[in-house]
Design a binder for this molecule. Structure first.
Ligand code: DC
Length: 236
């Protein structure tokens, strides 16, 4: 991958609930870039496997889910719609809500630790970043370290375990899912341990990433700071 071709990539990594999606969405909107939620791709693999009756750690079965192609596509929201209106399709079927359940969160964590899955999704993520018209904001766990290691802007968002779980709990409750905050925290700790501890592309900040701790911060302030930073790095 030549450096010239990744000129307009913003990489946002960090654990679940650190505010990545909110920041990525706002950045994409302000810069006129396409947002790529790479977690949604891993979630879709978990959902596709579940629907096909394939265990999340069954590499042969996962291969069948991934080849010749996963069949994922995104429908970008209209300019004036809230960015959350982005839809995720699996072989033409809308799975936007189906990939956000706690069960599929667990599945995504399992499938994302399988080398066969990461290898199959690497090129797809690069392609989504490269084919974006003006540029792309990609959010995930290994964007700045593996997917686009030469990205000119790399942000690593963190927040305390409790702050992250509280945000996730609020999100899930608003969607009417019956979970307790303690369950969300316990699930999150398991997923964090798996995301950080796996051998392949573990969650970690790139050496040249800017660390942003969002605990107790108003996300609007975080966004303003990230936008300024991204603009100055992209112009440089
Ligand atoms: O960001 P999220 O919660 O939607 O991510 C779902 C899972 O996918 C999570 O366990 C981490 C994993 N993931 C990953 O390993 N690499 C990425 N680039 C994005 C997500």
């Amino acid at each position: 991958m030549s450096a010239a071709r990744i000129a307009n990539i913003v990489a946002i990594d960090g654990p679940a609930g650190a505010g990545k999606s909110t920041v990525a969405r706002a950045l994409a909107r302000r810069l006129g870039f396409t947002m790529v939620d790479t977690g949604a791709i891993y979630r879709t693999v978990a959902l596709a496997a579940r629907r096909a009756g394939i265990e999340w750690d069954d590499d042969e079965g996962l291969r069948r889910v991934l080849e010749p192609s996963l069949g994922i596509s995104f429908i970008a929201p209209p300019e004036d719609a809230p960015a959350e209106a982005q839809r995720v399709l699996l072989k033409g079927q809308d799975v936007t809500e189906a990939i956000r359940t706690p069960e599929i969160s667990r599945g995504a964590s399992v499938v994302s630790a399988r080398p066969i899955v990461r290898a199959a999704l690497l090129e797809l993520q690069r392609q989504l970043g490269r084919e974006a018209k003006k540029g792309a904001v990609l959010e995930g766990r290994d964007i700045g370290t593996v997917v686009f290691p030469d990205a000119p802007v790399k942000l690593f968002l963190t927040a305390s375990d409790e702050a992250r779980a509280a945000r996730r709990f609020q999100e899930l409750s608003q969607k009417g899912l019956a979970v307790t905050e303690a369950e969300v925290l316990a699930d999150q700790r398991k997923r964090d341990a798996s995301d950080r501890g796996r051998d392949i592309a573990p969650l970690k900040a790139a050496d040249d990433a800017l660390l942003v701790d969002t605990t107790g911060l108003d996300l609007d302030q975080v966004i303003d700071r990230c936008v300024d930073l991204a603009k100055s790095r992209l112009q440089a």
